[in-house]
Write a protein that binds this ligand. Structure first.
Ligand code: DC
Length: 228
């Protein structure tokens, strides 16, 4: 088995996982797995092709016929069968479709090996919902990141307004609550803290404070593993 160390950062939508994972990975020179982007790309593919999400055969067929590439058109870009779908992937629709398709066992199964393949090089930071519980159960450090739903909705609202995109705070709040419920109550790989995860509530913390906490926890874990 690979000995590449893994840090998993799971948690609720809008808890800051993406930004924090990217900064931790950059600081340590580790690879980054944004597993949400895989589910988002798959969700957009299903949406574009009008796939019925209740038809598992259609989902399995879809998986055989799509190729998802990250970063081919520049950092953060996502290509689906050669087409740049970056903007759609990052949209509210992308998040909603990802959460819906993420509840389908066939979709999760199809993405399993693709996610394991990211474990390479000096280390990996894996950002998602089931990174510590299902995909990398032997991770050296498992973080569960959360924040109050009101704070998460306000952060998202600010992000959208800063980008010049119209947004309605009560709608964002409602969508986030729906997404939390779907992600936490699904039968397969529901969002929950891994048994040994360290929970960080980022409601009143700056991004840098959380990054520093994760880096400090990781250096403690590394020291302990070297003493063994
Ligand atoms: O992390 P994100 O907001 O990009 O994720 C979007 C949705 O994708 C999320 O609401 C549920 C789904 N997802 C998942 O089911 N499992 C993952 N490991 C990552 C995301």
């Amino acid at each position: 088995m690979s000995i590449t160390p893994v840090i998993t950062i799971d948690g609720h939508s809008g808890s800051g996982k993406g930004t924090i994972s990217a900064r931790v990975a950059e600081h340590l020179g580790f690879r980054l797995l944004d597993s949400g982007a895989l589910y988002r790309a798959l969700g957009i593919a299903a949406y574009n092709l009008k796939i019925d999400l209740n038809e598992s055969i259609q989902i399995t067929e879809l998986m055989k016929n799509i190729e998802i590439k990250f970063g081919a058109n520049g950092p953060g870009t996502v290509l689906l069968n050669g087409e740049d779908i970056t903007l759609m992937v990052r949209s509210e629709l992308g998040g909603k479709m990802a959460s819906k398709i993420g509840a389908i066992p066939e979709a999760r199964k199809a993405l399993f090996d693709m996610q394991l393949a990211f474990r390479d090089g000096p280390g990996l930071v894996a950002d998602g919902r089931d990174m510590g519980t299902v995909i990398f159960p032997d991770a050296l450090l498992k973080i569960f990141l959360t924040a109050s739903v009101q704070e998460r909705a306000e952060r998202r609202y600010k992000q959208l307004i800063d980008k010049g995109i119209d947004a309605i705070l009560p709608d964002l709040l409602r969508d986030l609550k729906e997404r939390d419920k779907r992600d936490m109550e699904r039968i397969v790989s529901p969002l929950k803290p891994a048994e040994e995860a360290v929970t960080i509530d980022s409601t009143d913390l700056s991004i840098q404070t959380v990054v520093d906490q994760v880096l400090s926890l990781f250096s403690t874990v590394i020291k302990k593993s070297l003493q063994r």
